[in-house]
Design a protein. Sequence first.
Length: 344
Amino acid sequence: MDKLRVGIIGCGRIVEEGHARAFRDHSDRAEVVALADSSPERLRVVGELLDVPQEERFADYKEMLTQMELDWVDLALPHFLHEEVTVYAAEQGVDILSEKPLSTSLESVDRILKAVEENGVRLGVYHNYKWMPAFAKAKELIEEGRIGQPFLIRFEYLGGSHYPGAQGYDPDWRIKAARAGGGCLLDNGYHYCYLAEWLMGSPVESVYGRVGTFVQQQDVDDLALLLLSHANGTISSIQFSWAIKSEGQRASELYGTEGTLRFQRGDQPLALYENQVGEWVYPEVDAEAHSFSGLLKEFLTAFQTGGPLPVSGKEARHNLAIVMAGYESNQRGMPVSVAELLHA
């Protein structure tokens, strides 16, 4: 099977530290033949990482899309640029794999999905945490029945900073509402919403959220707390912050009727407690596995075979609705139905 020809639009840190390794890991199936970024420095850094010739590095993504013959494009841009670029790529008839979130509002996402459908292209989204080794192993153990029926998930990550962007562009774009659209909830909490649904095995029906800005000089949220009510009556709790310099006590656990799974740092990233056994054990996890590589492997298969995408635009829209329900709940002071936002 011929290699797929890929163009990357946006050469920030997430490409340098995540996507690039994935493309190197799968260089037998996909070749990055073009790059687009407004920063010459970012083009140089990523171009050298992926051996993209100077003449195939573009300052204008439209020029890249019109001049290069591509099978699909990898989009890794600040959130506010997603709609414009994704719609244009769809109009050029190119399949797309986009960083999350698809955009900063459900209305914007709907315009993206309309363009994708009208132009007959395929759109996937980087929900890469599902391929993180500890979470992937936990899903296996849940499906094996090792902890019974999950009923409570706790994801609490209370840290002191946002993920900085590349120096060659704007390292603080994530704390500027005009570019990011939201703060720690939209940027980081987003991942834990889809993880909660996936691990619980039940969609989120309603969200109660409290969101605020307390420490940093910025116009986006630096603290977000969500209670997610799942369709099967179970509950997930998500707490995220960029405002706590000392960092909180990390709590990342999943409780079931027959046991517990705990996610932790260090050489033993996953711990399992089965009630009938009565002690903690540490299942083997592939420490060398890379979430972007695992995700890309499955997307490449889908793009090459025409099979179902591991994460679709529709699935990403649903997850964004959970996040937006958190913001809306904070405004209303009451739980908000995810379906209400999805069908508004």
